[in-house]
Design a protein. Structure first.
Length: 208
């Protein structure tokens, strides 16, 4: 029997994750069964369970992937001197990583709209009852915050942002703006990332 290539294994794992994300975004975690996921991805139970033991592992994998992609995007930005301005950087991440206003880098989509906002709200709710998922989210958020702190420090070192405010405070505020915009997407309908970009650009122009 011919060996299955790593490329094939990676593609199959991608297929399962994307299908599960669509199911979770459409119906929520609790209303989605593994049978729903099998039907969505058109695979046998054996094919899916080869990669994931169940819903909890699928949810954890999706959360880890998305947070990792966000962290990597900001870490890459921190390598530039100075990093791209906040409006440009946040808009880029929203579009390329989360799929707001464009195709998501990792392909998580639901009926043409970004699935991340819907998944995000559900993950937040799930963490209130699931200690393991809560710990995973805290760890991921910490990594994203640290990456943003490096970006803010880059602004401060380049002299384009005042340095008398702790970088962590600025980082948490920018993350809150992005999270809040994503929550609006899930609750009130989609809007392009340019909306958030325009708002940040206007706030950045305020003079004291």
């Amino acid at each position: 029997m011919a060996r299955v290539s790593q490329e094939h294994l990676d593609a199959r794992r991608r297929q399962i994750l994307d299908g599960a994300a669509r199911c979770f975004a459409r119906n929520g975690f609790h209303a989605t069964s593994m049978q729903d996921v099998l039907k969505e991805v058109d695979l046998s139970a054996g094919a899916v369970y080869r990669y994931f033991s169940g819903k909890d592992e699928l949810i954890a994998a999706i959360v880890t992937e998305v947070l990792g992609a966000i962290r990597e995007a900001f870490e890459d930005a921190a390598r530039h001197t100075p990093p791209p301005m906040p409006d440009v950087l946040v808009g880029r991440v929203m579009t390329q990583v989360l799929g707001m206003g464009g195709p998501a880098k990792h392909g998580l989509t639901w009926q043409g709209d970004a699935s991340f906002p819907r998944l995000m709200v559900q993950v937040w709710t799930e963490t209130l009852r699931d200690g393991e998922l809560s710990a995973l989210l805290r760890e991921g958020f910490g990594a994203v915050r640290d990456a943003w702190v490096k970006v803010v420090e880059g602004y401060q070192e380049a002299g384009v942002m005042r340095a008398d405010v702790p970088a962590e405070h600025v980082a948490r505020t920018l993350i809150a703006a992005a999270q809040g915009f994503a929550a609006q997407q899930a609750l009130f309908g989609t809007a392009p990332a340019e909306v958030l970009q325009d708002g940040l650009r206007a706030l950045m122009s305020v003079r004291q």
